[in-house]
Design a protein around this ligand. Structure first.
Ligand code: THU
Length: 132
């Protein structure tokens, strides 16, 4: 368990901009530079323009020069485990260092489920498929 990553995701959730769903999500992404980049969901009156917390965090890491995602922590609902949506799973797979990268699904500080990209997204479509 990466406690620091988990606590940063919980903290980032408080910054969620979600006036339409009122569903706060926070994420924290550990990249190859050793830094943790945080994100929250950012909604929009044009609903389709909404960005999920995981993508906010990952895009921030990438914008800071990173390309290899090592671990990701995520918290949505505090009464149930919220898994990353399909689009976020695809974005995680684009930058995942490996299929066994850890994903922490957080309900609260003391209830954290540990999974991997391969577990939540088997048979993922990646740049390798385009090289064939
Ligand atoms: N949301 C995330 O931030 N991440 C997910 O993986 C699931 C959904 C956000 C998007 C929207 O702001 C709200 O949760 C309700 O769908």
């Amino acid at each position: 368990m990466n406690k620091e990553l988990i606590l940063k995701a919980i903290e980032a959730r408080e910054n969620a901009y979600c006036p339409y769903s009122n569903f706060k999500v926070g994420a924290a992404a550990l990249f190859e530079d050793g830094n943790i980049y945080v994100g929250c969901n950012v909604e929009n009156a044009s609903f389709g323009a909404t960005n999920c917390a995981e993508r906010t965090a990952i895009f921030s890491g990438v914008a800071n020069g990173n390309r290899k995602l090592k671990e990701l922590a995520l918290i949505g609902d505090v009464k149930a485990f919220t898994y990353p949506c399909g689009i976020c799973r695809q974005v995680i797979s684009e930058f995942a260092e490996s299929g066994d990268m850890k994903i922490y699904i957080i309900k609260n500080e003391n209830e954290v489920l540990e999974t991997t990209l391969d577990e939540v997204m088997p048979g993922t479509f990646t740049k390798k498929d385009l090289e064939k």
